[in-house]
Design a protein around this ligand. Structure first.
Ligand code: FES
Length: 116
């Protein structure tokens, strides 16, 4: 089982071969946005893979099209729901959630708190 480190949250989780980054994040209570439910129809699960980028298959055209609409993209940008781990590795995969998306996640608990 490989390790996935979310830089901003400083949290390391497991990811299995055949599992994508979004699935691994949600299974470990990392609130990564995923408006379309993981079917490559939005760009809200945008992440940046700082280490281990080559462990995932190349982005297909559909993903590239969605990333074109994402904010703050870099060469290491991917959609978390499209990054399925292909093979076992000892390398820790380093992932960053773009700042604008982190802000949305952080607004969640505050908004919930205000409602009570
Ligand atoms: S959740 Fe919509 S593209 Fe990944």
């Amino acid at each position: 089982m490989a390790k996935l480190h979310f830089k901003d949250e400083d949290k390391t989780i497991d990811i299995q071969v055949g599992q994508n980054i979004l699935e691994a994040a949600l299974a470990n209570e990392i609130d990564l946005d995923h408006a379309c439910g993981g079917v490559c129809a939005c760009s809200t699960c945008h992440i940046k893979i700082r280490e281990g980028f080559d462990l995932f298959p190349e982005a297909e055209e559909e993903e590239e099209d969605q990333l074109d609409d994402a904010r703050d993209i870099e060469l290491c940008s991917r959609l978390a729901c499209q990054c399925t781990l292909q093979e076992e590795t000892d390398q820790v995969i380093e992932v960053e959630i773009p700042l604008w998306n982190v802000n949305l996640v952080q607004e969640g608990p505050d908004a919930a708190h205000q409602a009570h």
